[in-house]
Structures are given as C-alpha cells and as structure tokens.
Design a protein around this ligand. Structure first.
Ligand SMILES: NC(=O)C1=CN([C@@H]2O[C@H](COP(=O)(O)OP(=O)(O)OC[C@H]3O[C@@H](n4cnc5c(N)ncnc54)[C@H](OP(=O)(O)O)[C@@H]3O)[C@@H](O)[C@H]2O)C=CC1
Ligand SMILES: CC(=O)N[C@@H](CCC(=O)OP(=O)(O)O)C(=O)O
Length: 313
C-alpha cells in the first residue's frame, strides 16, 4: 500500500529534513509542489486535499491558513509549528507522552507536534509529576542549549554568513520570560505554574539539551536521585526512541563535559539524572531537527498510518 504525502513548506529547514526521511521510503508517494507555486493558495489547497498525510512546516500564521484549506475528511495534518499545540481538536504528536497517546494519534486527523525545547522538557518532567515526586504547583526552572537551526532559515543564514562576533558566544534569549513553548510545557506536564525558562542558542548547527535543576528537599519526602531515575526508567520502559542513561554516570560525559550534540542524526531522546545527596539535575538531549521536529513528525505519521515507527536512521 502506498500513502500520498505532501509537505507544505517543502523548502524550509524542517520540510527539507522530512523529505530526506521520506526519500528512503517505498511506501510513500511524495506529492511535490512546483517551486514557483509553493505559496499559491489554490495549488497548496489542491495538494493538501489530495494527501493522506500533509506536514505543515510553515510559520504559525501560514499553518493556521493551511488548516482552513483542508476539506477532505481523509487528510491527516501533522503541524510542526506552534499554532495548534494546545488547540482543541488537535492531538499532541508525542507518542511517548502517556498511555493511550499512540491510539489518539492513530485516530486523529489533526496532529500538532511539540516544539523542540518543549519535547525535551515534557519528556523529562511529566513522569516526575505523574509519579507525585514533583508537585504540580512546584516552582520549576529550566534552561535549554540549542543549535542555531532551531531558528529556521533566517537564523541559519545569519550564523553561516559569518562576520558577526556576537554570534561566536552562546546567546541567552526569551528573557521576556514568555517563550512560545511555555503553554505546551504546562499543558502536557501538568505543571500549574509556568517554568522559568531560559533557552540559549549557540554557534553549532543542531543538537539541544534541556536541564531542570531540582532541590531534593522540595520534592516528595525521601526522594533521591535514584528515585527520580527509577521514575523515568519505569515510565519509558520499552520505548525505542527514549534512553534513560545510568544515574550520575561519568561515562556519559566526555572528560567531564556534557555533549549536547550526541543525539544528532537520530530520533532519540537521552534522559539523564545527575544527583548528589541534596540536589539533582534532570537533562534531556535530542536533535532539534530529529525528535525535536522532522523525525518526530515522521514518527507521528508512522503511528497514524499504523506502520512501523522505525525511521531508518
Ligand atoms: N527548525 C526547528 O528546529 C524547528 C522548527 N519547528 C517549526 O516548524 C515550522 C517550520 O520551521 P522551519 O522549517 O525551521 O522554518 P523555515 O523558515 O526554515 O521554513 C519555513 C518555510 O515555509 C515557507 N513559507 C512561509 N510562508 C508560506 C506560505 N504562506 N505558504 C507556503 N510556504 C510558506 C518559507 O518560504 P521561504 O523559503 O520563501 O521563506 C520556508 O520555506 C515553524 O513553525 C517552526 O517553528 C518546530 C520544531 C523545530
Ligand atoms: C534557536 C531557536 O530560535 N529555536 C526556536 C524553537 C524551535 C522550535 O521548536 O520550534 P517551534 O516551536 O517554532 O516549532 C525558539 O526558541 O523559538
């Protein structure tokens, strides 16, 4: 059986990466739009409605517009943008989120995929809230170190043009404390307060790690690093794309330093707990263009179509 797939935004960073995944597949027929028509509303509408699955790899407004163009009840939209991640009628495209999420993705026709920072944060924190180790109203903070491809074509051009010494150093941003991923981070972890979240973009292409610092005394009485680690290991037992790394293991570091790029070119998320007697840091590492975007979108398509979730990478 062959499935027809259209990528709206095929020339963008996420769209191009999805095409690379799809090119390896014998079960997918890619519907291509002519280069000069890629922003033509009628032609996009025609292809969106001809597709079994259409990926939206577009800015938020264009994604919202694309959703209004679909009249074919068979077309399943998988939106990589921020537009629909907490919108009613849309299913969150993170199969590992909770029991039942795969079934929800399988039956949904509107799937909103998580943001890259949000994927890492949610996968690290939700099991701790669900196990009752971290109170839903706890004050949580997080940082994220990300490669510049997370900023899409414009940011990639800036970094690759060279000549701007400001781009040589890591740059914290979203210091208005209102990053666009906060609503999905709250909605899908169960946290009732927005985390204090500071992302940092640095001069490397891709790779991302979210770190969540925790005082053990602020967690459920008696919680240790081992308790946190066991909660994550239990939650993700059997998940092919999630690896819970050994507790506080120096072997997972390179000469004592954490490697933010070690999940690149995979669809994997590595979860870490580093702890001492009083404190812990929970970390989640992924490829922002893999499990953070394009890999996750193809995985959601596979779950929806009921085909093997393997991505061939
Ligand atoms: N990069 C990443 O790591 C991640 C990105 N995302 C999200 O995925 C979406 C796409 O991001 P990304 O690929 O990085 O962005 P890019 O800027 O690299 O690509 C967006 C593409 O959409 C095209 N486009 C813009 N408006 C329209 C329109 N009206 N009709 C058709 N095409 C249009 C652009 O055209 P043109 O080439 O002319 O500019 C561009 O090719 C965004 O919402 C982003 O937030 C999600 C997770 C991670
Ligand atoms: C470096 C950088 O700018 N990264 C982007 C997130 C990329 C991502 O996950 O995308 P969407 O939520 O847009 O889909 C940011 O922090 O806004």
């Amino acid at each position: 059986m062959t499935f027809k797939v259209f990528v709206d935004g095929q020339e963008g960073t996420t769209g191009l990466r999805i095409h690379e995944y799809l090119a390896q597949r014998a079960d997918i027929e890619v519907l291509k739009i002519d280069a000069d028509k890629r922003k033509d509303r009628d032609e996009r509408a025609r292809l969106l409605n001809a597709a079994d699955v259409a990926f939206l790899c577009l800015p938020d407004d264009a994604s919202r517009e694309a959703a209004t163009l679909v009249t074919n009840p068979n077309t399943c939209l998988i939106d990589a943008s921020t537009a629909h991640r907490t919108a009613p009628g849309w299913t969150f495209g993170l199969p590992e989120l909770a029991t039942g999420q795969r079934d929800a993705i399988r039956s949904a026709k509107r799937i909103a995929n998580p943001g890259c920072h949000a994927s890492a944060f949610i996968l690290a924190v939700r099991p701790l809230v669900q196990a009752g180790l971290l109170a839903a109203d706890a004050p949580v903070s997080a940082t994220s170190i990300t490669g510049y491809s997370g900023g899409g074509k414009k940011m990639i051009e800036q970094y690759q043009a060279g000549g701007n010494p400001l781009l040589d150093a890591p740059r914290p941003y979203a210091l208005g404390l209102a990053h666009k991923h906060l609503p999905e981070m709250m909605a899908h972890t169960g946290l009732t307060n927005a985390p204090v979240f500071m992302p940092i973009v640095a001069s490397f292409y891709k790779g991302l790690t979210v770190s969540v610092p925790l005082q053990l005394s602020s967690l459920r009485a008696g919680t240790t690093g081992a308790t946190l680690h066991a909660a994550l290991a239990d939650y993700y037992a059997g998940e092919r794309f999630i690896r819970v790394m050994p507790l506080s293991d120096p072997e997972t570091l390179a000469d004592g330093f954490f490697d933010v790029q070690a999940c690149n070119d995979t669809n994997r998320v590595d979860l870490f707990v580093f702890a001492n007697a009083t404190q812990a840091i929970v970390m989640a590492r992924l490829d922002n263009l893999g499990k953070g975007a394009s890999g996750a979108a193809v995985q959601a398509m596979n779950v929806h179509l009921g085909v093997d979730e393997a991505l061939g990478l």
